[in-house]
Design a protein around this ligand. Structure first.
Ligand code: CA
Length: 219
C-alpha cells in the first residue's frame, strides 16, 4: 500500500516514513501544499497523512482540491491544531480521521490500516480468503492457521490482493500500489513475485486471468 505523507517538518516526515516503511507501506512525502495537491491527484495512493499548517497552501485547501478532483483516498489529518473549528473544517473538507500532535507513531499505522481496510469494504480486522488470512493490525499472514513467511515485496502484493478478494487486479495496478513512483517494475517482475507467492501458498488461490491480471479467490 502506498501512502502520501504531507508534512513540512522534515524530521517528523522522516520518522513517519521510517515507521510506515517498517510497517510494510511504501511512504512518499510532500513538504508543501502545492506539491501535495499535485501528487495526490496524479499518483496512486491508498491513503494520505495530511498536516494542516503547510507552506504555499494550507492542508484544508489541499484536501478541498483533492476531493474536487475526485480523489477518494482516505485522509488522516495529523496536526497540532486541537480546536473544534479546525476539526470541523477538516472533516468538512473530506477528512476521514483526525489525530492531534503529540501522538504515538504506532497509532498512525493502526489508523491508516483501519482506514484502508474500511475503504475496501472490510469490517473485520482479519481478512480471509479460504485457508489464507491476513491480520491487518499486525500485517501478518497465516495459512491454515500457521504463520506464512513472505518477503517484504511478496507481503505487499499479497496484502493488496487480500484487500480485493475475487476481483481481477491488473499487473499495472499492482505495480502502482506496491512500488514507489520512481520505481516502475516491468510486468515480468510482478509475474515472478506472484509465482513465488503461489509456491508458498502451495495451492491454487491466485488465478491468472489471461490478458487482464490476477484474481485471489478461494472459490
Ligand atoms: Ca506544519
Amino acid at each position: 500500500m502506498r501512502v502520501l505523507i504531507v508534512e513540512d517538518d522534515s524530521e517528523l516526515a522522516d520518522r513517519l516514513c521510517a515507521v510506515l516503511g517498517d510497517a510494510g507501506f511504501i511512504a512518499e512525502t510532500a513538504a508543501d501544499g502545492d506539491s501535495a495537491a499535485f501528487l495526490g491527484c496524479t499518483e496512486t495512493y491508498d491513503a494520505a497523512v495530511l498536516d494542516l499548517g503547510l507552506p504555499q497552501r494550507d492542508g484544508i485547501s489541499v484536501l478541498h482540491h483533492w476531493r474536487e478532483q475526485g480523489c477518494t483516498m482516505p485522509v488522516l489529518i495529523l496536526t497540532a491544531r486541537t480546536r473544534w473549528n479546525d476539526k470541523l473544517a477538516g472533516f468538512g473538507a473530506g477528512a476521514d480521521d483526525y489525530l492531534t500532535k503529540p501522538f504515538e507513531l504506532g497509532e498512525v499505522v493502526l489508523r491508516l490500516r483501519a482506514l484502508i481496510r474500511r475503504m475496501g469494504g472490510h469490517a473485520d480486522s482479519v481478512l480471509r480468503v479460504g485457508p489464507l488470512s491476513y491480520d491487518t493490525l499486525n500485517a501478518r499472514f497465516s495459512l491454515d492457521s500457521e504463520p506464512l513467511a513472505l518477503t517484504a515485496q511478496e507481503q505487499r502484493i499479497l496484502a493488496y490482493l487480500m484487500h480485493r478478494p475475487d476481483q481481477v487486479v491488473s499487473r499495472s495496478e499492482i505495480g502502482e500500489h506496491v512500488y514507489a513512483r520512481d520505481l516502475d517494475p516491468d510486468s515480468n517482475t510482478i509475474d515472478v513475485l506472484i509465482g513465488r507467492i503461489r509456491r508458498k501458498l502451495g495451492r491454487a488461490l491466485i488465478h491468472t486471468e489471461r490478458g487482464l491480471g490476477f484474481r485471489l479467490t478461494a472459490g
